[in-house]
Design a protein around this ligand. Structure first.
Ligand SMILES: Cc1ncc(COP(=O)(O)O)c(C=O)c1O
Length: 431
């Protein structure tokens, strides 16, 4: 929208809301003012330097992935379910992608099903485990992604499933002792443990092997939301048995709107989306062929380049951490920052300050993209359920910086300079 039509829209909304005493459009009016101001300040945003430190929300798609998708987008338009030549060539691309994904996590090819992303995979695991495998009890954590907690709340409400929310410690890790007690208390009730491998807001990771072992010991099913770790950490379902795990391409430089679910042969659920016989009768709907090919390519690159990427990202993250500690007084980090944590995430807690309220907005205007929590919650007024669960001080401001191998230390310098201009810095003795 150009600036003139934006002003017109803005005036019309105000006129309508005032005349009709319409609260919703009055809110739209207020948002418009903010957006208008940002738009004016950002008129040169195309030429302005921007630093993208929000890779836990989504990552930029890599050139190699785009190149792998182009032949399908351009020429291979067949429906993979068609038996003619056009269909067969696309079917071959989907199946070779499935094989590549399966190999990267040590699964059988028939155990991988493509979905629209992490949300669908997690919903499928939780809801189908209740519907098809007789799960009556779910043990989970309040710090799960909302697609996990809300799916669990839905089966609690609709199917009467009993839910145990485990206590978490100050870094957001579920208490293993409580997990074991809850498993022991399950008795004859078929139980599903649903715990994310790494938290998307504060990075805290669980010991996947330990939880997997406990689930085996007590005969419970285990689902892990591995959306933030697939492509970033080695995962092998042979070494660490799980019943379900999920992945989303856009978290490892693949396209958005495509993901996968791993389903172990011991947990034969039925389709979550009814329809045709696609995905071997497990998910109706014509496959997102370009997405699937892009996902497999992105995962192949993430797996082969993992070592170099990890080293680089850790360097950038540690550099930001050191610079922040040096510049700001009383800075803290949420989660198990120096322990078992996502190396892609640094959740920073700034001391109380009147400027904190608009910190994210000020950073955005300064050319820096980061986030206050998970991207999916950014439209809601409520604060982060993860920070609430770890009893983070609500007077402090938490910002999640999250990195990819495309980020540099020079970008960290840029961010620190901008932060110094916004927030009060430590007084340097002898300067
Ligand atoms: C841990 C976690 N689980 C699930 C999701 C949802 O994935 P998608 O956006 O692919 O639906 C996200 C995305 O933010 C995530 O970080």
């Amino acid at each position: 929208m150009n600036t003139i039509s934006f002003y017109e829209t803005h005036r019309n909304i105000r006129k309508h809301s005032v005349e009709n005493r319409d609260y919703v459009s009055y809110c739209a009016y207020v948002f418009n003012i903010i957006y208008l101001r940002l738009g004016t300040l950002n008129l040169n945003s195309n030429t302005m330097q921007r630093v993208y430190f929000d890779n836990a929300a989504t990552t930029p798609i890599s050139e190699e992935v785009i190149n792998a998708m182009l032949p399908i987008l351009r020429g291979q338009y067949g429906n993979p379910s068609s038996i003619h030549a056009e269909g067969r060539s696309v079917r071959a691309a989907v199946e070779s992608a499935r094989k590549a994904v399966a190999q990267s996590i040590g699964a059988g090819t028939g155990e991988i099903f493509f979905t629209s992303g992490g949300t669908e995979s997690n919903n499928m695991a939780i809801k189908c485990a209740v519907r098809d495998l007789g799960v009556q009890r779910i043990i989970s954590s309040p710090t799960e992604h909302h697609c996990g907690t809300h799916a669990i709340e839905a089966v609690e409400k609709v199917d009467g499933v009993e839910v145990v929310w485990l206590p978490v410690d100050v870094v957001g890790r579920p208490d293993y002792q409580s997990l074991e007690s809850a498993l022991a208390d399950s008795g004859d009730k078929k139980t599903l443990v649903s715990l994310m491998h790494a938290n998307n807001e504060i990075g805290t990771m669980i010991d996947l092997g330990k939880v997997s072992g406990l689930c085996r010991q007590y005969g419970a099913l285990f689902h892990s939301d591995t959306v933030q770790t697939v492509g970033h950490f080695p995962i092998n379902v042979q070494e660490t048995p799980v019943n379900f795990l999920s992945g989303a391409a856009h978290k490892f430089h693949g396209p958005k709107g495509v993901g996968f679910i791993y389903i172990s042969p011991e947990s034969p659920i039925k389709p979550f989306i009814d329809g045709g016989a696609q995905e071997r009768n497990m998910r109706g709907g014509t496959e997102n062929v370009y997405g699937i090919v892009g996902l497999a390519k992105a995962l192949e690159l993430a797996t082969t380049e993992m070592k170099e990427r990890v080293a680089h990202i850790c360097e950038v993250r540690n550099f930001l951490k050191e610079r922040l500690l040096e510049i700001f007084e009383d800075i803290q980090f949420n989660g198990d920052c120096d322990g078992d944590s996502l190396y892609t995430v640094l959740n920073v807690s700034f001391p109380p300050n009147p400027k904190n309220e608009l910190l994210l907005l000020s950073l955005d205007i300064a050319g820096i993209s980061c986030s206050g929590g998970s991207a999916c919650s950014s439209g809601s007024e409520k604060g982060s359920h993860v920070l609430e669960a770890i009893h983070a001080d609500p007077m402090r401001k938490s910002i999640r910086f999250s990195f990819s191998h495309y980020n540099t230390k020079a970008e960290v310098d840029f961010v620190v300079e901008k932060l110094k201009a916004i927030l009060p810095v430590r007084e340097m003795v002898g300067v």
